[in-house]
Design a binder for this molecule. Sequence first.
Ligand SMILES: NC(=O)c1ccc[n+]([C@@H]2O[C@H](COP(=O)([O-])OP(=O)(O)OC[C@H]3O[C@@H](n4cnc5c(N)ncnc54)[C@H](OP(=O)(O)O)[C@@H]3O)[C@@H](O)[C@H]2O)c1
Length: 250
Amino acid sequence: MSAAVITAAGSKKELDDGQLLDAYAWDTVPDAGSRPCFRFNFITSVDGAVSFNGRSGELGNDADRRVFALLRSTADLILVGAGTVRAEGYAGELLSVQAQSERRRRGLTAHPGIAVVSASLHLDPEFFRQAPVRPLVLTAAAAPESRRRALERVADVVVAGARTVDPGQAAAVLARRGHRRVLCEGGPQLFGSFQAAGLVDELCLTLAPVFTAGAAGRITAGAPETRLEPLRLKHVLCSGDTLLLRYCTA
Ligand SMILES: NC(=O)c1ccc[n+]([C@@H]2O[C@H](COP(=O)([O-])OP(=O)(O)OC[C@H]3O[C@@H](n4cnc5c(N)ncnc54)[C@H](OP(=O)(O)O)[C@@H]3O)[C@@H](O)[C@H]2O)c1
């Protein structure tokens, strides 16, 4: 992991990786077979942009990348929308060699699983060729049959909804497969669908100390405005002018 200095808000004491892991320890680890815990992780500019030049990475810095990698290292499964895979490029290793051995030391598999949510199944074959573990694709019954069959050669493809992926059905699929701690790396449409379904347990949000102006969207998209959902602030960490916030919904 990179060596960005991260402290608790108001403190000058640098947090080591063990202390950071404690700060991001999962609140509850559901029993096997129960609905997984869904933790979302996003970065946003101070003026609310989810991306710059079409990618989130442009907003990030070493502190965000340190927490991003650490969150991955604690998850059973990384869940991501197809738009994010297309925009960010997810092919290849998900974790450093060091993080993989750390996971083994903690009794976890070297790699978390990876699941992509897509109704169209327009997915880059490179992602599947380079994936460190066989990916799971969560799709809808209406997905094109030929693409589904082609993907089944390189991934487990599971239907979890009629025209789009229903987060409740997706949660049931993930529970059956033994995933309890699910890290959702976006993007906005996936987050919106989970918000609408009331299935967001946690949001880790990096506030990047920049304005972007422009027309980039927010971290959420596609869900109707329904009610104000109160959040509980678990912590505020700092790295220079960057804030690393952790919120829970319940
Ligand atoms: N700032 C951050 O932390 C962050 C994090 C992630 C992404 N991003 C940015 O967000 C942008 C992409 O936004 P996005 O909204 O397109 O991302 P997204 O949610 O990852 O992708 C949307 C696509 O994912 C699939 N999808 C998501 N939810 C679905 C559901 N419930 N059912 C069926 N399919 C579903 C669909 O794929 P198909 O079209 O294949 O059907 C949909 O078109 C990029 O610019 C990326 O860089 C930023």
